[in-house]
Design a protein around this ligand. Structure first.
Ligand SMILES: Cc1cc2nc3c(=O)[nH]c(=O)nc-3n(C[C@H](O)[C@H](O)[C@H](O)COP(=O)(O)OP(=O)(O)OC[C@H]3O[C@@H](n4cnc5c(N)ncnc54)[C@H](O)[C@@H]3O)c2cc1C
Length: 443
């Protein structure tokens, strides 16, 4: 007999991994996905930490799913210097072809017994007696469930349908999202190929966001992403693209793939993931690394944490918020705490006065170590020698240096506030207090 009926919204990485483990643990799991099978996710590659697949016990994805990504080179706004990372080849992320990756993950879910309904959008949650008791589909059908796992993305319509009294943030502010267009262009014949193959422009054109230009693996296309915080008007995009073309002759005029406008959450995780019979997970809970918006690994890790928590309930009934809180606690104290710190770094970089980022890069105050840590979702850790060097290099702008030190202090404050001060067990008042203080760090 099943241990409970679970409805999952979204068949991306988080949904598929959760379904696999929950089925293994004896739950009856059905995924509802709005898109047709061949339209889920994107027809391009994205970078994912390889360790996560081993942690989940999946081994490495098959060879047709990935290749090793190349090292990033960071470019500050005035482009006077470039800071390349030198991560050893076998430590680099995997560039995963999104749809083949999903096919592989779907195989685990189906083998474990999950049911997946594609082209089946979910309209809203069904609430009874103060609990989520199921979902209503767009086709009018109501499905009862002991647990609804909402992995429906940053703009999840289902999360929006929750009654306010459940205390889960229904909307993610535009200012907490990167609006991006990722477009693949042809490479004009005879163009010399760059040695810095993966360039990311920080505060590109001194605007609030990043742009990147990546030489495609087969050296036949240029992958150009332009992302801005809050909104990306066509004019801003066109202007940024023109600038990228000047710098990167590999960007031709013909669009060969992509180009759609998409939103990525780039904030610290939402303050509440749970209520009775319902949780949010993945982009829906803003689990991406705030610096570059990577969210695949966090989403898969969160999925495993949630499955483990419902497998062995401790506090309250299996699907009560008391028990589900253990999932939020584990995610936040293992992963979310780092994102909480990195969000402050992202905000600081974007809000810094014109010239500040250039100074820090040009003088080498911020270098490879810090950029690697931020991009990988780790806290900034510098050796005493690196700290002294940074101090000496930045000595001509002591105020900026002090602000940088304060930033690092605040990042650690945020990290420890989540790691050590989040209540271990669900107690309404204590959790609310914690949530208020957590959000206040970003005001
Ligand atoms: C341009 C771009 C580049 C990115 N690059 C990277 C990268 O390099 N590395 C990385 O780790 N991450 C990257 N990300 C982020 C990454 O896509 C997500 O963090 C990751 O896919 C985890 O998502 P998820 O499992 O939460 O599902 P999501 O990606 O949020 O998917 C939600 C799913 O739910 C479905 N859905 C939504 N509403 C409903 C509904 N009402 N009913 C049924 N189904 C619904 C959607 O169709 C979708 O399939 C990038 C994102 C973008 C847009």
């Amino acid at each position: 007999m099943s241990k409970g009926k679970i409805a999952v919204i979204g068949a991306n990485q988080g949904g598929l991994v959760f379904a696999k483990f929950a089925c293994d643990y004896g739950f009856d799991v059905t995924i509802y996905e709005a898109c047709a099978k061949d339209k889920v996710s994107y027809n391009w590659t994205d970078d994912c930490e390889f360790k996560v697949f081993e942690e989940l016990g999946f081994g490495m994805p098959p060879q047709n799913v990935w290749y090793r990504k190349k090292n990033w080179t960071f470019v500050p706004p005035r482009k006077e210097v470039e800071v390349p990372l030198h991560i050893p080849e076998d430590e680099l992320d995997l560039s995963c072809f999104r749809r083949p990756l999903n096919d592989w993950l779907e195989g685990f879910a189906l083998k474990a017994g999950a049911k997946i309904h594609y082209s089946t959008p979910v309209k809203k949650v069904v609430v009874d007696d103060g609990k989520v008791v199921g979902i209503k589909l767009n086709n009018g059908k109501t499905v009862k469930a002991d647990l609804v796992v909402d992995i429906g993305g940053v703009d999840s319509q289902v999360r929006r349908s929750l009654p306010e009294k459940f205390g889960i943030q229904r909307e993610v502010a535009d200012s907490d999202k990167f609006y991006v267009r990722r477009t693949y262009f042809n490479i004009p014949e005879g163009t010399e190929l760059p040695t810095a193959t993966n360039k990311v422009y920080l505060k590109h054109l001194n605007e609030l966001g990043i742009s990147w230009c990546i030489l495609g693996e087969n050296k036949d296309e240029a992958d150009v992403l332009i992302g801005r915080l809050g909104k990306l008007p066509d004019k801003v995009h066109a202007n940024a693209l023109e600038d990228m073309k000047k710098d990167n002759p590999i960007i031709g005029d013909k669009v060969v793939n992509g180009g759609q406008l998409l939103a990525i959450p780039v904030r610290h995780p939402l303050p509440c993931f749970i209520t009775d019979g319902y949780v949010i997970l993945g982009d829906s809970a803003c689990m991406t690394i705030p610096m570059l918006g990577s969210g695949m690994a966090s989403s898969m890790r969160a999925a495993k944490i949630l499955a483990d928590v419902i497998r062995r309930p401790k506090d309250g009934k299996r699907f009560s918020k008391e028990n589900l809180y253990r999932y939020q606690y584990k995610f936040m104290t293992q992963i979310g705490c780092r994102h909480a710190g990195i969000d402050l770094m992202k905000n600081w970089l974007l809000a810094s006065p014109k010239g500040a980022v250039d100074f820090l890069f040009n003088k080498g105050v911020v270098g490879e170590t810090v950029m690697r840590q931020g991009a990988e979702g780790r806290m900034v850790m510098m050796s005493p020698k690196e700290l002294v060097l940074a101090g000496v290099r930045g000595a001509t702008k002591p105020i900026l240096l002090i602000k940088l030190v304060l930033l690092i202090v605040n990042m650690y404050r945020a990290y420890f506030f989540v790691k050590l001060r989040m209540p271990k067990k669900y107690k309404k008042r204590a959790f609310k207090n914690w949530q208020e203080k957590y959000e206040a760090m970003y005001k």
